[in-house]
Design a protein around this ligand. Structure first.
Ligand SMILES: Cc1cc2nc3c(=O)[nH]c(=O)nc-3n(C[C@H](O)[C@H](O)[C@H](O)COP(=O)(O)OP(=O)(O)OC[C@H]3O[C@@H](n4cnc5c(N)ncnc54)[C@H](O)[C@@H]3O)c2cc1C
Length: 307
């Protein structure tokens, strides 16, 4: 009898799993909530550490190639949000937003992570109205404008350098009193005359009328609140996992990432967690793809051996 795998999430982890399964001649269907595959790969303007592209590659360009690889292999793709995964005697039921239910012998959970919320007034109201999490998508709107960037991690610094090719002035807010990541990047940021760094400052509110016009922040050293007039705000403050669709089927680590064995299988036989949603040391494209391939290979061998 045919054994079916449903892959939930069309980022690099899910794509890798689906491509490997298809090439093993296994039945696989992908479920992706966005209209384009690629997941977070779409966001960075340039990816410099993904092998095979010595000059680097634009995130959107890489995502387009991944999408082509899936469609060229005729992997069935369902553009829907998965609402629940349940385990039953026969295998799994995957409920989609349109109430369609996909049945599966194996499920590969590859939903990545979500933006960490700032939880400040104005965040929800101004998202997409001057508040952005994607420099690639929105930087051109801020040509010769003044913007604030929130976050002092490596992603934030990389994206800030890119934003500085558009904006005339960038206020970079970091909650710590120094940068911890790549020192060469931090040096470039410090030496960029367009960028003013505000150490030990946290966001307090985002204000505006139709669109953002003010950023309020607190200086932790003086405990005083200040406001800045800005044309836009970018936040790069990290990402959190959401394993709620697998509730009751998986164990989580202390930060709510899904625990798996070395084959990327969760505590529920037949349910795999791959990529950024799973508990691991390094969350990158290459490790997400590795996870997908490992899970696919395990499913393939499980079917062959009947174990
Ligand atoms: C700004 C930025 C810069 C980065 N730069 C680099 C870099 O230079 N090099 C590098 O290697 N990595 C980089 N990364 C990290 C890399 O993009 C991630 O590690 C990788 O994309 C994780 O892959 P994933 O498949 O696990 O998750 P994701 O890429 O997050 O994909 C998950 C997919 O699942 C879908 N999904 C979620 N929930 C559902 C649901 N309920 N139903 C259906 N679909 C769902 C999402 O829409 C998404 O398409 C960067 C990330 C960001 C945000």
């Amino acid at each position: 009898m045919k054994k079916i795998t449903v892959v939930i999430g069309g980022g690099p982890a899910g794509i890798s799993a689906a491509v490997y399964l298809k090439r093993f001649s296994r039945d696989v269907t992908m479920v992706e909530q966005n209209m384009m595959l690629g997941g977070q790969v779409i966001i960075p303007h340039k990816i410099e550490n993904y092998l095979g592209f010595p000059e680097g590659i634009g995130g959107f360009d890489l995502a387009s190639m991944l999408q082509k690889q899936v469609t060229d292999l005729n992997i069935p793709l369902v553009y829907q949000t998965c609402k629940s995964i349940t385990k039953n005697k026969e295998g799994f039921s995957v409920l989609l937003e349109n109430n369609e239910v996909l049945t599966a012998d194996f499920v590969i959970f590859a939903v990545g992570t979500k933006d960490r919320l700032l939880s400040i007034p104005g965040e929800a109201e101004f998202m997409g109205k001057g508040l952005s999490t994607c420099a690639t998508c929105d930087a051109p709107f801020f040509k010769n404008k003044t913007i604030a960037v929130i976050g002092g991690g490596d992603t934030s610094l990389t994206e800030t350098m890119y934003l500085s090719t558009y904006a005339s002035k960038i206020h970079l807010f970091h909650r710590r009193d120094s940068f911890r990541g790549f020192s060469s990047l931090a040096e470039k940021i410090k030496n960029n005359p367009k960028i003013q760094i505000h150490y030990s400052c946290i966001p307090v509110a985002i204000k505006g009328n139709e669109v953002v016009n003010t950023f309020a922040y607190r200086d932790l050293k003086t405990d005083k609140e200040h406001t800045l007039t800005v044309d836009g705000i970018f936040k790069f403050t990290g990402y959190i996992p959401d394993a709620s669709l697998c509730e009751g089927l998986v164990d989580l680590d202390s930060q709510d990432f899904i625990l798996t064995n070395s084959q990327k299988e969760t505590r529920t036989s037949g349910l795999y967690a791959v990529g950024d949603v799973s508990s691991k040391e390094l969350r990158q494209i290459i490790t997400a793809m590795n996870d997908g391939a490992v899970a696919a290979n395990h499913i393939h061998h499980t079917i062959i051996t009947g174990s």
